[in-house]
Design a protein around this ligand. Structure first.
Ligand code: GDP
Ligand code: ZN
Length: 289
C-alpha cells in the first residue's frame, strides 16, 4: 500500500493512503541505516492493525527543501504584496533562484491587488516577460483566489514570502479554517528553545497538499556556482550562446550578448542589476573558501 508522509510526531510517521491516515513506525533497517524519512516522502506501508502499520520502503525523492523540511515539493508559491509592505524584488529574485536550484517550480503571487489602483504594477509584467508564472490576488476583493486554488489542486505546495503579505489569508480564502503557522515571533521563540519544527501537510478539499509552515525566509545566497547563476534567470538563457566568451559571467566581459540585450531593453535592467548583486555575493563567498 502506497502513501505520502503527512506528518511525523512522537516517533511515528502518519501516512495518508487514499483518504485515511495510517500511524506507522519505521522498519528497523531504516533506523539502523539512519535513513531519514521526511514529510512528503512517498512510502510503501505494510498494514499491521486498523490504520496502523510499518513504513516498509521509501521511494526515491524528486527534491527536498530544508525550510520547511518537506520532500517531493511540486511548487513554491512565493507571495509578495503589491503594497503594504512594498515588494522586495531583491528578495523575490533570491526566492526564485532558491526554488529552481532546489528543483521546485516557483509561482509568484502578488497579493493585495485591491491596493494597486487601476494600473497593473510594472513588476507583474517584468516577471511574466521573464518567463515566470505570475498571479495577482486579493483576499479582500476575492480576485485570483480561484486561480490559485486551481494551481494547488494537485501535488505538494509550500508557501514562501515575508510576513504580512497575506500568505495565511490566502490559504484561509482557499479553504476557510486553514492557516499557516505564524512566522517571525513564533520562530524566534522556537529557535531560542531549540525545539524541532514540526511541519505538517494540510489536505485541501479540492485536492492537493499544503505545508503548514511557510518556506525559506532567509536571505542567504543559494548554493549556486557563479557560472551557473544565469540558468536561474530564464530571460538570459537565449542570449548566452551569442556571448563572445564561453563561460561569460555577463559582468564585465566584452561582447556580452546579455549586456547588449539589457541595453536594448529586451532584458529588464532591474533584473540584470539584481543578477549582478547575487553574482557578487557568490563570488565573495567562493573567494572566502
Ligand atoms: P502573512 O504574515 O503573510 O501570513 O500575512 P497575513 O495573512 O497574516 O496578512 C497580513 C495582513 O494583511 C492582515 O492584516 C490581512 O488582513 C492583510 N491582508 C491579507 N490579504 C490582503 C489583501 O488581499 N488585501 C489587503 N488590503 N489586505 C490583505
Ligand atoms: Zn555574457
Amino acid at each position: 500500500m502506497d502513501g505520502i508522509v503527512i506528518k511525523a510526531y512522537g516517533g511515528f510517521y502518519f501516512v495518508g493512503c487514499g483518504g485515511d491516515l495510517w500511524q506507522c513506525s519505521l522498519r528497523g533497517v531504516f533506523r539502523h541505516r539512519k535513513l531519514e524519512v521526511m514529510v512528503g516522502d512517498r512510502v510503501a506501508v505494510k498494514p499491521l492493525d486498523r490504520n496502523k502499520g510499518v513504513v516498509d520502503q521509501v521511494y526515491p525523492r524528486r527534491n527536498s527543501l530544508v525550510r520547511p523540511p518537506v520532500a517531493n515539493v511540486d511548487r513554491v508559491v512565493i507571495v509578495f504584496s503589491v503594497r503594504d509592505p512594498e515588494p522586495s524584488l531583491g528578495l523575490l529574485d533570491r526566492f526564485l533562484v532558491h526554488a529552481e536550484a532546489a528543483g521546485v517550480q516557483p509561482v509568484t503571487c502578488f497579493n493585495k491587488s485591491d491596493l494597486a489602483g487601476e494600473q497593473i504594477p510594472d513588476f507583474i509584467k517584468i516577471y511574466r516577460d521573464a518567463g515566470y508564472t505570475v498571479i495577482s490576488t486579493s483576499t479582500r476583493s476575492n480576485t485570483g483566489v480561484s486561480d490559485l486554488k486551481t494551481l494547488l489542486n494537485q501535488g505538494i505546495t509550500v508557501f514562501a514570502g515575508p510576513s504580512g503579505v497575506g500568505k495565511s489569508s490566502l490559504l484561509n480564502a482557499i479553504q476557510p479554517g486553514l492557516r499557516l503557522k505564524t512566522g517571525e515571533i513564533g520562530e524566534k521563540l522556537k529557535r531560542g528553545r531549540h525545539t524541532t519544527r514540526h511541519v505538517e501537510l494540510l489536505a485541501l478539499d479540492g485536492g492537493g497538499l499544503v505545508a503548514d509552515t511557510p518556506g525559506f525566509s532567509s536571505l542567504f545566497v543559494p548554493e549556486v556556482k557563479r557560472e551557473e547563476l544565469y540558468f536561474y534567470f530564464p530571460e538570459m538563457e537565449k542570449y548566452v550562446p551569442d556571448c563572445r566568451f564561453k563561460g561569460c559571467l555577463h559582468h564585465s566581459e566584452p561582447d556580452c550578448a546579455v549586456k547588449e540585450a539589457v541595453a536594448r531593453n529586451e532584458i529588464d535592467s532591474g533584473r540584470y542589476g539584481r543578477y549582478l548583486e547575487i553574482l557578487n555575493e557568490i563570488t565573495g563567498r567562493e573567494r572566502s573558501y
